[in-house]
Design a protein around this ligand. Structure first.
Ligand code: FAD
Length: 539
């Protein structure tokens, strides 16, 4: 793009939320929409072939590769925080698991002063987004843009995991997004015919020929522009040069839970005192910007194991893999369709709880240090366990007023002591499943945690090895109180012409994976922006 350009809507960030918005808003031929994305178009095989995530999650190809500040409750470690830097955003590098959380998560949003966000009111938007090829009932949509499907790997280890779960005393859940979330099961994935379907592929690519939609890749927003108290444009950097786009109606920030609050602060919206410390002019004092950061803290129990159905780089594993490449080319089936975390579950660590408090992700590989270690070349399996509704709250802050600097990310993991106790109980559940007879023919030995027996041992292990399972939210929280950043219509409080629409607006972290909920938020936001009533969404 050259010179100054005018649009009705300018969206910053082409991730899970931004792609939905760009597509839905440009359905109206009367308005013009511009989407600015810092990364590229993402047409690489690493995005399309699900197995490509073993490269894109650990490495900086299309990934911002952030790190947290040192975490006092995790032995001062700085935790890895991958985020997609490409059209599709984190949906282009994620594990493709399609879950929505628990109905009570959304009822809690509404009860916290966010009218319109109860489960009954958001379900139509989940359904509107969804094109589920297997589940056909009142909980699912079948003709939305986002393909959701059963796994294409046919990996027998899924059955072994379910059997082990049964032997450990848990029910098998037929559909984590249906009537009953509790139990172990195989995840549905955002894939079509064995290929990843990111938000870009689902929402954006089919509509790129619309004359009223302009998508600019390689354009990193530096700050939002204001006329008085109204946002009216965005300054961005592309190819080493600064450019400007103006927005006649609205600027919509969809840069994700780390970078939406960063951009607000760089633009003068945030805690006034800390903005002044960075030499930034204050447009609006909003102390909640960057606060309320929540993420799922996670521990992974790992076993070395014998089976060629488990990924590994042994000589026979490599031969098998060569065969799987040919199979994928011919049929789009088999091991290259893997989302690694093929099965899992939602369990209660205490039977008296009203809903599950931990989630499991069963991986058909050794997943250690986000796949950034040579250990994952051995055959084995891993079982992640994470705290679904952590009590701890962290914060995203500015490291500097330079737009090119990474934000300071402090998730404050386990800063509330209740979280580690849930994780200790979750660890024991996970180990109970992996020790069940169904795994006996495969099991070689437990890595890292074999010696941990007492609660004190397990706590020490968690402090030494817990990581993020990649679900940061809440840093531009919606609500009505002083600490809220946006209202229930996702408008930034105190200024005009500006909304935030992405995972950062969640007031509390939902009990599940966050991609489908973010897409739901953007679907609902598009309706609000177009001032359509919810009647427009299929009930
Ligand atoms: C490794 C990994 C695995 C995951 N696995 C799952 C899973 O299996 N299932 C699930 O439901 N969820 C999963 N998630 C989480 C889920 O993908 C995210 O919650 C969701 O994608 C967040 O969407 P978003 O729109 O808020 O942000 P993002 O999708 O991250 O989009 C933000 C976009 O903004 C762009 N951007 C940022 N700053 C700027 C700027 N200044 N200018 C222009 N563009 C900018 C970024 O490049 C990015 O494209 C995973 C996440 C990761 C990282």
């Amino acid at each position: 793009m050259t010179g100054m350009q005018n649009f009705d809507y300018v969206i910053v960030g082409g991730g899970s939320a931004g792609c939905v918005l760009a597509s839905r808003l440009s359905e109206d031929p009367e308005v013009s929409v511009c989407l600015l994305e810092a990364g590229g178009a993402g047409r690489s095989w690493m995005v399309q072939v699900p197995f490509g995530m073993v490269l894109t999650v650990p490495m900086p190809f299309i990934n911002w590769c952030f790190r947290s500040v040192p975490q006092p409750q995790l032995n001062g470690r700085r935790l890895y925080q991958p985020r997609g830097r490409v059209l599709g955003g984190s949906s282009a590098i994620n594990a493709m698991i399609y879950t929505r959380g628990h109905p009570s998560d959304y009822d809690a949003w509404a009860a916290a002063g966010n009218p319109g966000w109860s489960y009954a009111e958001v379900l139509p938007y989940f359904k509107r987004a969804e094109n589920n090829t297997h589940c056909r009932d009142d909980y699912h949509g079948t003709d939305g843009p986002l393909p959701v499907s059963d796994a294409f790997t046919g990996n027998p280890m899924q059955r072994i995991f379910l059997e082990a779960g049964r032997q450990a005393g848990f029910a098998v859940a037929a559909d984590f997004n249906g009537e009953q979330q509790d139990g172990v099961g195989v995840y549905q994935v955002t894939q079509r015919d064995g290929e990843r379907w990111s938000a870009a592929r689902a929402y954006l690519e089919p509509n790129l020929s619309r004359p009223n939609l302009t998508v600019v890749t390689g354009a990193r927003a530096q700050r939002l522009l204001f006329a008085g108290r109204r946002a009216n444009g965005v300054q961005y950097r592309a190819g080493g040069r600064l450019g400007t786009v103006s927005a006649r109606r609205e600027v919509i920030l969809s840069a994700g839970a780390f970078q939406s609050p960063q951009l607000l602060m760089l633009s003068g919206l945030g805690d006034a005192e800390s903005l002044r410390r960075h030499g930034l002019p204050v447009v609006q004092h909003l102390p909640g910007v960057g606060a309320n950061l929540q993420d799922h803290p996670d521990y992974t129990v790992i076993y070395r194991a014998r089976s060629l159905d488990l990924m590994g780089a042994s000589p026979r594993g490599i031969l098998r893999f060569a065969h799987e490449i040919r199979r994928y080319r011919r049929q789009r089936r088999g091991m290259l369709c893997t989302n690694v975390a093929e099965a899992g579950g939602f369990l209660k660590t205490d039977a008296s709880l009203p809903r599950p408090d931990v989630q499991l992700h069963f991986c058909v590989a050794i997943v250690h240090n986000h796949g950034r270690s040579l250990r994952h070349l051995w055959h084995g399996y891993s079982l992640h366990v994470c705290v679904l509704r952590p009590w701890s709250r962290g914060r995203v802050m500015l490291a500097s007023a330079a737009p090119g600097a990474a934000p300071l990310i402090d998730p404050a993991y386990l800063s509330d002591p209740r979280d580690i106790e849930v994780l200790v109980r979750g660890f024991k559940l996970a180990r109970r499943i992996l020790e069940a007879p169904a795994f006996a023919p495969y099991r070689i030995r437990e890595l890292f945690s074999a010696g941990a027996q007492s609660d004190a041992d397990i706590r020490a292990l968690i402090r030494a090895r817990a990581e993020s399972i990649y679900h940061p939210v809440g840093t531009c929280r919606m609500g009505q109180d002083e600490g809220a950043v946006v209202d229930a219509a996702l408008r930034v409080r105190g200024v005009g012409g500006l909304r935030v629409v992405d995972a950062s607006v969640m007031p509390t972290l939902i009990g599940g994976n966050t991609n489908a909920p973010t897409i739901m938020i953007a679907e609902k936001a598009a309706d609000m922006i177009r001032a359509r009533s919810q009647a427009g969404a299929r009930a």
